[in-house]
Write a protein that binds this ligand. Structure first.
Ligand code: PHE
Ligand code: ZN
Length: 853
């Protein structure tokens, strides 16, 4: 290999099978930060002890650090340093390491390590960002108590744990709980606090604060309320109490993800915590509530018990997502939450699982761990916990969790540890269940049936299609919740969980008085694609009668998908029976308005494309867009009168509150308005825009107007009203692109990218425009290729500045194989341009290579 080849050689993957315990453990960490925008000094004093179980050389991780000095037990040393590591001769026994390094927070645009966001210092260390702060064994299985001293003139100086000494221009923090470095955090800035307190079940008083810039102080109340409800819920449901004297949350504008669970100091993307009725929609409030809960719940599932290595990421993420889903279900409508969660699972995880980026919930290898914070690890990971709970039962589930907390508190664990807890608590053999963690791909479950002499038999066949690197698939344990309905709609058999374990399996229900109508996969009891030749009549029957609200909704969804795919193939038009059935749901005020709004929501164009592709036809995005519009127009015409009366009935009463009930009514109001605008040319929407006193109604009316090609003056007024509110302005940017007609989308995105407020280095703003275009399926996939060009040009531009956000967004190209040869060529060319851009990051390089593979 020549030198140039070596330089350009693909970075080597890391394998789970190569895991070795750390050679050195850390007993104690003391850090001092002398903050300076371009030359911050970090002094570390770390007590190392050899790991008796795994002796080996002393190596520390470190990147982009300028070493000023280093000493062992007070004696200066001169370590060997590469771009990523430091090695040094050490004593055989315990010693104290002292080092001083210099870093440049201002110059750090990656938003990983210590960086600056609008004049404030903040950190992001998960997964491997701490090594950009100082030399350290930056791996989750090295846990230690930290104490931190921050020196700066800034008024607010925060770190993990409990506050220590505070003086003129310095503050100290002591975190008594051993933690891995990825949970380290520091914040310094001109911030103000929204304060409150919480008393734990054990009587401990905890000071709570949400730290924001002064202008945002009015947007903290809801987040604080969500935090207190989360703290109470975790005590009541999981018996978990908070374990420090303070809990701090900080809102930052520049953040790659939603939020981060640093011990005692959660750092949030401001979009994931700040909300007021005037500036945030119901959907924003709901998302904030679940993210606050998620990060708080990590205190036990993630922080007190952490991951041994990054392959075990789903140990903390799958479980914590499941816990936040449980919380939201308890706080709001469980049925509606489940439908929302499944919609998100299908839109993101099924799409991932059925494309080139498919990987197991516990991956076997990675090049860049940041690329594995995926829907599969998070959302499918949560589905695995949900299935486990269903298989062992609620009581056994909570007993197993008690055992997990008792046995593993303070440890860095694996999926094996997790499953062993369940085996020990329940006596159940989980070796087959474990395959869910290592096998990628979405299982297909085919069902046929047999009826004879009062016996009804369901025959199941399961099959998981091959995924990259995994040709052979084994059968999985699949819990299938089934209920049987009588012809008159009453329940013949209540929900029962059938456990599929082999490729082919039958279950017989005896002594039935009549041939039943089956309701299969109730509550979406497993993350699979169910194939059943059910006809329209059966689906219409289930939509009317199913007692399981998930399957009731699913019946409508199946009908709409069949109808829309048929329309896309030119085989049929909008079906009158379906339109009538939907209108019945619309009018049925015994049903929760939120549920009704979900039934009326059409399958996304991306969903239709995936469905057609699965049926071995090539989706045409333009055509899919046209038929989606046709269907909406047909329904609006069919149900105009009902829409108008529901719209009137759902008009808000009293003051806005972001609770589930009010949000449900507004969801149905906006859904009706959007459809009605197809009839009245936007008259009602314009009126709602003028009178709206909250963002849900303002945005609902504006998007209804944009959908019918109107709303120009409202867009301008919206801009004038909100030009100084970053989060609202993100909505202004994204909605114009996301709702543009297919032919206009790329041009509008291009114009907006020239706008003085298009601060592309801010991930939220970048996602609003570039992600906004990608979310406009017909615009992104426009035959001209302009959508692909726009997105790829911007990814190339962002990569050197922020590789993580670039790599994440490159997934918009993961579906290229679905499309016709011309589009495939265009998308591959776009990916090729990204791939060959000089100095491409490891993050984006790995993603693009996997997408093209
Ligand atoms: N651990 C964070 C969460 O699940 C997500 C995150 C990952 C944030 C990496 C930043 C960086 O809430
Ligand atoms: Zn998480």
């Amino acid at each position: 290999m020549s030198t140039t080849d070596a330089q350009h050689a693909a970075p080597q993957p890391i394998y789970l099978k190569d895991y070795r315990p750390p050679a050195w453990l850390v007993e104690d960490v003391k850090l001092t930060f002398r903050l300076d925008p371009t030359a911050t000094r970090v002094l570390s004093r770390i007590r190392f002890v050899p790991n008796p179980d795994a002796p080996g050389a002393f190596k520390l991780d470190g990147e982009k650090l300028k070493l000023i000095s280093a000493a062992i037990d007070g004696v200066p040393v001169e370590p060997e340093i590469t771009d990523t590591q430091l090695t040094c001769k050490t004593p055989d026994g315990p010693f104290t390491w002292e080092a001083e390094v210099e870093i440049d927070p201002q110059g750090n645009t990656t938003l990983e390590g210590l960086y600056m966001s609008n004049g404030m210092y903040c950190t992001q260390c998960e997964a491997e960002g701490f090594r950009k702060i100082t030399y350290y064994p930056d791996r989750p299985d090295v846990m230690a108590p930290f104490s931190v001293r921050i020196e700066s003139d800034l008024p607010v100086l925060l770190s993990n744990g409990n506050p220590g000494k505070r003086g003129d221009a310095f503050a100290e923090w002591i975190d008594p709980w051993p933690k891995p470095a990825y949970l380290f955090a520091l914040v310094a800035g001109e911030l103000v606090a929204h304060e409150d307190s919480f008393t734990t079940a054990g009587g401990k008083d905890v000071d709570l604060a949400i730290w924001v810039r002064e202008a945002d102080i009015g947007k903290c109340a809801f987040g604080m309320d969500a935090l207190k409800r989360s703290m109470l819920w975790d005590e009541q449901v999981y018996g978990r109490e908070y374990d420090l004297d303070v809990f701090n949350i900080v809102a930052v504008d520049d953040f790659n993800m939603g939020a981060m669970e640093n011990k005692g100091l959660n750092i949030f993307n401001s979009a994931a915590v700040l909300a007021s009725p005037e500036t945030a929609t119901d959907a924003n409030f709901e998302r904030i509530e679940s993210i606050i809960a998620h990060e708080y719940f990590h205190n036990w599932t993630g922080n007190r018990i952490t991951c041994r290595d990054w392959f075990q990421l789903c140990l903390k993420e799958g479980l914590t997502v499941f816990r936040d889903q449980q919380f939201s279900a308890d706080e709001r409508s469980a049925a509606v939450r489940r439908i929302d969660d499944v919609l998100a699972l299908r839109a993101r995880q099924f799409r991932e699982d059925n494309g080139p980026l498919a990987h197991p919930v516990r991956p076997q290898s990675f090049v860049e761990i940041n690329n594995f914070y995926t829907a599969t690890v998070y959302e499918k990971g949560a589905e695995l916990i949900r299935m486990l709970k269903r298989l062992v039962g609620d009581n056994a589930y909570y007993e197993a969790l008690e055992l997990y907390f008792a046995r593993h508190d303070g440890q860095a664990c694996t999926i094996e540890d997790w499953l062993a807890v369940f085996e020990d608590a329940t006596g159940r053999d989980l070796s087959q269940f474990k395959r869910w963690y290592s096998q990628a791909g979405t299982p297909r479950v085919y069902v046929t049936e047999d009826w004879r002499d009062g016996s009804y038999t369901l025959q199941f066949h399961q099959e998981t299609p091959p995924t990259p690197g995994q040709d052979e698939k084994r059968s999985l344990v699949i819990p299938v919740a089934v209920g049987l309905l009588a012809q008159n709609g009453s329940e013949l058999r209540g929900t029962e969980v059938l456990e599929l374990t082999s490729r082919e399996q039958s279950f017989t229900f005896e002594n039935l008085p009549e041939r039943p109508v089956p309701s299969i996969l109730r509550e979406f009891s497993a993350p699979v694609i169910l194939h059943r030749n059910s006809d329209k009549a059966e689906r219409l029957f289930l939509l009317r009668h199913d007692t399981d609200s998930f399957n009731k909704w699913e019946a409508a969804r199946g009908l709409m998908k069949d109808c829309l795919t048929g329309m896309a193939l030119g085989e049929n038009t909008a079906d009158e029976d379906l339109l009538s059935a939907l209108a019945d749901v619309l009018r049925d005020d015994t049903l929760d308005p939120a549920f009704r709004a979900l039934v009326l929501q059409q399958p996304s164009e991306d969903d239709i494309a995936q469905t057609l592709f699965e049926a071995n036809t090539t989706p045409d995005p333009t055509r899919i867009h046209q038929v989606s519009e046709q269907f909406a127009n047909a329904f609006a015409a069919h149900a105009e009168g009902s829409l108008a009366s529901v719209f009137t009935a759902m008009k808000p009463e009293g003051v806005y509150a972001p609770d589930a009930q009010g949000a449900g009514r507004r969801a149905l109001l906006n859904a009706s308005l959007t459809l009605l605008s197809r009839r009245d040319g936007g008259e009602r929407a314009a009126e709602q825009y003028d009178t709206a006193d909250n963002m849900t109604l303002q945005l609902g009316s504006l998007s209804a107007l944009l959908r019918v090609g109107s709303g120009i003056s409202q867009l301008e007024r919206f801009y004038d009203q909100w030009a100084d509110d970053r989060l609202v302005l993100d909505k202004w940017f994204s909605m114009q692109v996301a709702l543009a007609t297919p032919g206009d989308a790329a041009r509008i995105a291009t114009d907006l990218a020239e706008h003085p407020k298009f601060d592309w280095k801010n991930p939220n703003r970048f996602r609003a425009v570039v992600g906004g275009l990608a979310s406009n399926a017909a615009g992104f996939h426009h035959a001209s290729g302009k959508g692909y060009d726009f997105v790829s040009d911007w990814l190339i531009r962002l990569d050197p500045v922020n590789p993580q956000t670039t790599a994440r967004m490159s997934t918009v190209f993961e579906t290229w194989r679905r499309y016709d040869a011309d589009r495939q060529d265009l998308m591959r060319a776009a990916l090729g341009r990204i791939q060959s851009s000089p100095g491409l990051s490891r993050d984006t390089g790995e993603m693009v290579a996997r997408i093209l593979e």
